[in-house]
Design a protein around this ligand. Structure first.
Ligand code: SF4
Ligand code: ZN
Ligand code: ZN
Length: 315
């Protein structure tokens, strides 16, 4: 089988495009599709300093590699957050990220949950369990990670933050928001959604049109060393998301390109709505405790709400 682009031996079949590609052309294909998406939604300006959340997982490795090809590496900063999960946050993984950032000329910063909120993720989860609050590790993890990235972006003067969400993640989130009828989150998921607070740094998701399997393949061809240890809390991930994930993967096999078409339709419909309403952005209030932005109608931000529930801070 020959590569449809250059005639070399093909290694990958891309079902949603109906093409066979060699290793090199596959990587070029991914980079050019990310570039197209970045330009389509004006995600990056040449003057932007971008703080990237680089966990060390395959998607974040792809984000690091692709963005360092599309943007001046001296204007990129990689932030690794150590959650504090015994057996999962390992030194050799961290060393791998250090090496990968150094090779690409990208500054690398490491910060832990303990530095940010005084407790590791495991300690937070244990306190929640003792009080039988039923708060999953992934809830703590997602909320506090977002807080840390935004806080450090502001401190470091970054104009954008970039996360490594791929097409599968975005398609799942889109369906979850639709099923819940959460139209405000639905609109905020769009790349053109306005930033609702001066304290929030604009978040971009350059890999949002790259399938998870494509990110994994790109990472593999780029020398990524796959982690042998999975997060022990992964079994507690929300079941709705896990079910939607399984269903979408099955549908994708039957109808290649459905996730992509779903997100493209969303982009088109919601961007028209956003453009027609420009100027009437809802501005978020500040948390009564930490002065960070809150969700609409809330007195406290989600981080403070969680810390209050487990008794670490008082209202
Ligand atoms: Fe965090 Fe949950 Fe992912 Fe573990 S599985 S790293 S707790 S989001
Ligand atoms: Zn080729
Ligand atoms: Zn707060």
């Amino acid at each position: 089988m020959r590569c449809d682009y250059c005639g070399a031996q093909a290694k990958v079949y891309v079902p949603h495009q109906g093409i066979r590609l060699c290793e090199n052309c596959f990587k070029k294909n991914v980079v050019s599709r990310v570039k197209e998406e970045v330009y389509r939604f004006n995600m990056l300006d040449s003057s932007d300093t971008v703080l990237m959340g680089i966990s060390g997982g395959k998607d974040s490795f792809v984000l690091l590699d692709v963005l360092s090809r599309l943007h001046d590496p001296s204007k990129l900063i990689a932030l690794t957050i150590i959650e504090g999960i015994p057996g999962y946050n390992r030194q050799d993984e961290l060393d791998f990220v250090k090496k990968a950032t150094m090779e690409r000329g990208v500054e690398h910063i490491v910060v832990s949950f303990k530095d940010a909120v005084g407790l590791s993720l495991s300690e937070l989860v244990n306190l929640g369990n003792k009080k039988r609050l039923g708060i999953s590790a992934c809830t703590f993890c997602g909320i506090i990670r977002r807080r840390i990235i935004n806080y450090y972006a502001r401190q470091l003067g970054a104009s954008k933050t970039a996360t490594a969400h791929n097409l599968d993640d975005e398609a799942q989130t889109l369906l979850i928001n639709i099923f819940r009828g959460d139209t405000s989150r639905l609109v905020r998921q769009h790349p053109l959604a306005p930033v609702p607070s001066k304290k929030l740094v604009k978040r971009i998701k350059p890999l949002r049109k790259i399938y998870e399997w494509e990110a994994a393949t790109y990472a593999y061809y780029s020398g990524y060393r796959f982690q042998s240890v999975e997060c022990p809390y992964i079994i507690y991930q929300p079941t709705v998301r896990a079910r939607i994930r399984r269903w979408m993967i099955m549908m994708e096999k039957e109808e290649p390109g459905i996730m992509l078409r779903l997100l493209n339709s969303f982009d088109e419909v919601v961007s028209q709505r956003l453009l027609s309403r420009s100027g009437s952005t809802l501005l978020l209030n500040e948390c009564k405790n930490c002065r960070e932005p809150t969700s609409p109608g809330r007195e406290y931000c989600k981080t403070c709400e969680l810390l209050m529930k487990i008794g670490v801070i008082k209202p």
